[in-house]
Design a binder for this molecule. Structure first.
Ligand code: ADP
Length: 244
């Protein structure tokens, strides 16, 4: 069946990632092992410094493993009708404290968005959280704003995440969805790879526009499910006539 086929394609993609993951995990492991070897004979103040480095290297491994699990997770959960407005408000509420802590103005503009799409609610949340976090990570100057907006256009739901961050070079823009492409000290480079996968699962599109030093906009599009209309009895007859 189609589902089986999709699943095996996904396993192949995960297999391709395996070599990269092994490499990405071996580097921090080698570092941790190296520090463990020298810690017993180091000065106490150095021991503290090395322990700090080891912790951050181990955090990096943990993040890679978490993201690999998300990528490899089999799709046993079926797609359901998802209320986009509800998902956006939940994601906003979840990220509000984080934005405040990082001194970022997090503005959401989606009003009464009464539209549904077919999807996996938790994956959609994960997608949006990843993108908003990337937007916040990009903020480096006194311009500290992330805007989260959504609207319906024809039969599409369009979601925009816009930041006033550092922006990207054209070269980076072409590579951001590659697994392990990261410019962050503690990045895994798996976030956008996962995002792209989630967007594809939902038959959507994801586009980036970026200007170095000014900021980045991510545009997501998903096919909307037209709201169900209760058909009056008189019309049911008419429709039968047309069909028959
Ligand atoms: P990670 O966040 O672990 O680096 P991602 O795959 O999410 O992994 O992102 C890959 C890279 O894409 C980031 O390291 C960053 O260089 C770039 N990037 C993603 N989003 C933005 C953004 N909004 N502004 C600037 N650069 C971005």
């Amino acid at each position: 069946t189609e589902k089986r086929w999709l699943q095996s394609e996904k396993l192949a993609a995960v297999g391709q990632l395996a070599a990269g993951v092994a490499h990405e995990i071996r580097n921090p492991l080698t570092a941790v092992k190296g520090f463990l070897d020298i810690i017993p004979t180091s000065k106490p103040e150095k021991q503290k410094e090395y322990a700090g480095i080891m912790t951050s290297e181990l955090d990096r491994i943990a993040n890679i493993v978490t993201e690999m699990l998300a990528l490899a997770k089999p799709q046993i959960d079926d797609m359901r009708l998802v209320d986009v407005g509800a998902v956006l408000s939940q994601v906003t509420r979840f990220l509000d404290p984080e934005a405040r802590m990082r001194n970022i103005v997090f503005e959401s503009a989606f009003g009464e968005l009464n539209v549904k799409i077919m999807g996996h609610e938790n994956r959609l949340k994960q997608l949006l959280i990843n993108l908003v976090r990337n937007a916040m990570d990009a903020i480096v100057s006194e311009r500290r704003q992330v805007t989260f907006a959504a609207e319906t256009r024809d039969s599409w739901v369009v979601i925009r995440i816009q930041d006033t961050g550092m922006g990207m070079t054209d070269d980076a823009l072409h590579r951001i969805c590659e697994p392990f492409f990261t410019t962050k000290e503690h990045g895994t480079g798996l976030g956008l790879h996962l995002c792209r996968q989630i967007v594809e699962q939902h038959e959507g599109r994801m586009q980036f526009a970026s200007t170095l030093g000014e900021g980045t906009t991510v545009r997501l599009e998903f096919p909307a499910v037209s709201s169900l209309r209760v058909v009056p009895r008189s019309e049911v007859g008419e429709q039968r006539d047309k069909i028959g």
